[in-house]
Every structure is written in C-alpha cells, then in structure tokens.
Design a binder for this molecule. Structure first.
Ligand code: G2I
Length: 490
C-alpha cells in the first residue's frame, strides 16, 4: 500500500518505474516458462492445477492499473481474492447504499484470465463502517443479514467461496468483542453462515483467521467452533488459515493442524500467505523464506482436504507488510522489481515443477507423501522391533490439551508398521487424533500408524498428535514403547 501511495504522488516517475518493471515482469514470465522444467506447464497455476489444487493471489483495484502486476497475476495465478473491494466499508458505506463497482472490476479481471474468486469478506470487525458499529444492538442482526444477502446475491455464481466471517477470535481463543457479538453473542457466526448459504447455496463458506495455522489456543478455539457448527448442521465448508508468517517461524504443527480440521469434514485453504523479514533482506533470510514457502505448499498438498494456497499480494512492492510492520518487508515471492525470488523457485519445485532437489530440506513435513512407503512394500510385513526416542509437546488450556508426539527410529533398520504404546495421566481422555489412530481413550493407550506414515526409516522420525480433555493434570504422556520396545525421552 505504501509503495502504491508513493507512486501515486509522483505520477511521472511512477510511469517510468512501471514501464521498467513491466519489462521485468514479462522477462520473468518468459524466463520461468522456458526454464529447465520445460516450456509448458511451469506457471504456479498450471502446476497447482495438475495437482488438483490452485494458486491464488490478492489484488486491489489500484493493482489493476499496473501492467506489471496484472501480467504476473494473470499468468501465474488462478484464484483472486480482492484485497479490500468486497469489504463492508466499500460495499455498503452507508446503510442500504451498496457499491459493487470495485469488486466487480476484480471479478472481471478474474474472468478475463480464467481465474476463480475468493469472496472476502462479509462480516468483519475491521473495515466496518461506523454506521454499523453505531447501530442499537437490536438492529445489528437485521443489518448484518441484509448486508450478507445483498452482497452474496450480487456475486452469486461468480465467487468460488466466501470468507463469511473474518477473524472472529482473540489470541487466547475467546471470541472477539465487536458489534456482532455485542448484539448476538457467538450465535452471529451460525446466523451469518446460514444467511450466506441461503443467498448463494453453491459458494463454499469459510471462516478465516490468522495465528490459527499451528496448534494452540486460538486454533483450538476455531476447531471447537467448527466442530460445534458441524454438529448443529450449520453450513460451513472450510477454514482459511491466513498464514502471515515471519521468516523461520512457520509452525511445525501446520500439517497436523490442517489434518485435524479436515478430519471434521471441512476444507482448509491457505488464504493470505506471506513471510516477512527485516529489510533490507539478507541472503540467509531469502533462503529461509524459500524453505518456508516450500514447507507451506508441501503441507497443504499432503492433505487432500487442503484445497489451495493464496499469497496476499503479487510482489513485495504491493504487499501490505511494509505499511503495517515497520522495518519489515520482502514478504512475497516477487522482489522489488517483480523478479521471482528463491521462494518462487522453491514453490515451483514443491508443486512438482523444476528439476532441482527439493529446497524444503530437513524442515519439510516429516510424514509428507514422499516419505510414505512405496506400494511395493508388503502390507503384511509384521511390525518389527525398534530402538526409539520420543519427544512430546503439550499445549494446554483449563480443560483440554493437544499433544504432539514425535517418534524417532534410532535402531539400525527401517520400521514398517508401528504401534506406539504409552500411558496417559489420570483424568485425560482423548477426543481425537491426527496422523495416527489412538485407542482406547484413557489409561494405557496405543497410537497406530495410518497407511501413509507406516514407514519410519532408520534414523527417521514421524509425528502424530491428539487432543484430550483433562481434569487438572495436563502432563505429557509417558512410558512409550515402539512395537513393544521401550523408547528413551528426547
Ligand atoms: O492485514 C492484512 C490482511 C489480514 N487479513 C484480512 C485481510 O483483509 C487483511 O488485508 C488488509 C489489506 O491488505 C490492506 O490493504 O487489510 C487492511 C485493513 O485491515 C488493508 O489496509 C487498509 C488500510 O488500513 C487503509 O488505511 C486503506 O484505506 O487499506 C485501505 C485501502 O487501501
């Protein structure tokens, strides 16, 4: 945003910069298309589509007047999220006066480039016009329903999905207090979803938030909410993990977290990916950013219910980061001149393009499909004995916890098929698990592999996790044995 504002104040210079940048953008596209991976099918969108996925970006109305940005957006991405144009302050700035012009421009661009649209967003405490927050609480529900119905009807058939409610939670997992909770309590979320579904029954309906990408209090709150909405039959199709990351700090539980949401019967989308670092960017941070991007893309591709990844913006100059985080930037796959960065190449590789070895290195998800046993491995091979090391990570709140368990095969031979037995502290009851089946729910329990993570090569490790209720003792499980052999703690 800051870069755009600066450019707007100096139109002559901006034009010259744009002309140069446009040439760079086209050059970038040409370079990418004729690289070692072959001439065809090497854009992010082609590669993602070949995997049944998509790769998206966010565009604002002002981005549409930059030929550099549109050249990249229209060739590399196949999903668009309007950066601001479908938010309440734009679409209904005063009560009953609707303005869909800016959003329509984004939709036209998307159609012209065979891209789909993620509608963003119907109900959000931010970019909410004052007239809504000033309403008497008795009038908020009707205003919300009218807004949702009018906007979702306008875009009916034109959006793939809606972020129906955006950012409903505080960091500790409590519901954010805003005009909607003040008027309706937590029930506003179900009401918003039902209203959106009535207006556009074919749109996928999402709840979207940040800092829910890894396991923790906030993602647990989203998990409980989605679980309860599903139980009540409220129409909800997906959860958006915004994914505004800091270089080197992508949560290691990302894949396990995606998995536990999809196990509830909803999709997950990475909706606003970026990965910021102090600027000027160091070579080490740019390399780490490539690792981070590959890790995120691999984590999504590894779970069938994770439908796709969208980056928030096209390149570093149009990213929101420098305007919001002083001293930070370089958060996207394209640099200041809209040239693809290492993160771009790593993403291409993660999507199956390119010829270089995976840049995700040792930090890629340990139980991604690439480490699953080949189909030639006999399923009847009996579990072998093992020497092992187990580490645990508990994240607890007053009545519940999640525990991540990583088991390392320290023996000299590969393990094919595993059962990890352990003791749960008294009062803990497992309610669900990911990357393993865990039973029984209390006492002496055993976690067994799923088909895709049966193999733990010698020296390798795998992770699984579970959620449990507790009655005061939130200690980690203990007494681990792998296929009958005691493990050390590590
Ligand atoms: O903050 C990053 C994103 C977090 N998740 C929800 C997204 O909707 C959000 O997007 C950003 C936009 O990228 C910014 O462009 O949301 C910001 C507002 O919360 C947007 O910034 C606003 C500025 O604050 C306003 O001053 C400006 O008038 O953009 C407006 C339009 O340029």
């Amino acid at each position: 945003m800051a870069a755009q504002l600066r450019a707007a104040r100096r139109p002559g210079r901006a034009l010259a910069v744009l002309a140069l940048a446009a040439a760079g953008g086209l050059l970038a596209a040409a370079t990418v298309g004729s690289g070692p991976a072959g001439a065809a099918g090497t854009t992010l969108r082609d590669l993602a589509e070949a995997k049944g996925s998509y790769f998206g970006t966010a565009l604002t109305q002002s981005n549409l007047s930059s030929s550099t940005i549109t050249a990249i957006a229209g060739t590399q991405f196949d999903m668009v999220t309007p950066g601001n144009e479908m938010k309440w302050d734009t679409t209904e700035p005063s009560a009953g006066n609707f303005n869909f012009g800016p959003g329509d421009q984004i939709v036209s661009f998307a159609k012209a480039h065979s891209m789909r649209v993620r509608g963003h967003t119907l109900v959000w405490h931010s970019q909410l016009p004052n007239w809504v927050s000033s309403l008497p609480t008795s009038q908020v529900q009707a205003a919300m329903e009218k807004h949702i119905t009018t906007e979702a009807t306008h875009y009916k058939g034109q959006v793939y999905s809606w972020d129906v409610v955006n950012e409903p939670f505080n960091e500790d997992g409590t519901l954010r207090t805003d005009a909607f909770t003040n008027a309706m309590g937590s029930g506003y979320i179900a009401d918003a979803l039902r209203t959106a579904h009535a207006a556009d029954p074919n749109a996928k309906l999402y709840l979207n938030d940040y800092n829910i990408e890894g396991l923790g209090a906030k993602s647990d709150a989203m998990y409980q909410l989605v679980s309860s909405l599903k139980q009540q039959g409220v129409p909800i199709d997906g959860v958006g993990f915004e994914s505004h990351f800091i270089v080197g700090q992508v949560p290691s539980s990302l894949k396990a977290n995606i998995q536990r949401f999809t196990a509830l019967g909803v999709n997950v989308a990475i909706t606003e990916l970026d990965d910021r670092m102090p600027v000027p960017a160091s070579a080490a941070n740019l390399a780490q950013q490539a690792t981070d991007y590959a890790y995120v893309v691999n984590s999504c591709l590894a779970v069938s219910g994770c439908v796709g990844v969208s980056q928030w913006g096209v390149g570093d100059p149009d990213s929101w980061i420098p305007g919001f985080f002083s001293g930070y930037g370089a958060a996207t796959m394209y640099d200041d001149n809209y040239q693809p960065k290492a993160a771009y190449n790593a993403t291409v590789t993660a999507l199956g393009g390119g010829t270089s070895p995976s840049p995700s290195g040792s930090t890629s998800p340990s139980s991604s499909p690439s480490s699953s046993p080949s189909s030639s491995a006999s399923p009847s091979v009996p579990p072998t004995g093992a020497a092992c090391k187990v580490s645990t990570q508990v994240s607890a709140w007053n009545t519940g916890l999640t525990e991540n368990v990583t088991v390392t095969n320290t023996g000299g031979s590969d393990v094919n098929g595993w059962k990890l037995a352990f003791t749960l502290p008294g009062g803990q009851t497992v309610t669900n698990a990911w990357n393993a089946t865990v039973s029984p729910a209390t006492g002496q329990v055993a976690a067994s592999n799923l088909s895709y993570n049966a193999a733990i090569p010698a020296g390798g490790s795998t992770s699984f996790g579970f959620q449990a209720n507790h009655t005061g003792n939130a200690a980690a499980a203990s007494g681990f044995t792998l296929n009958g052999v005691a493990c050390t703690a590590g």
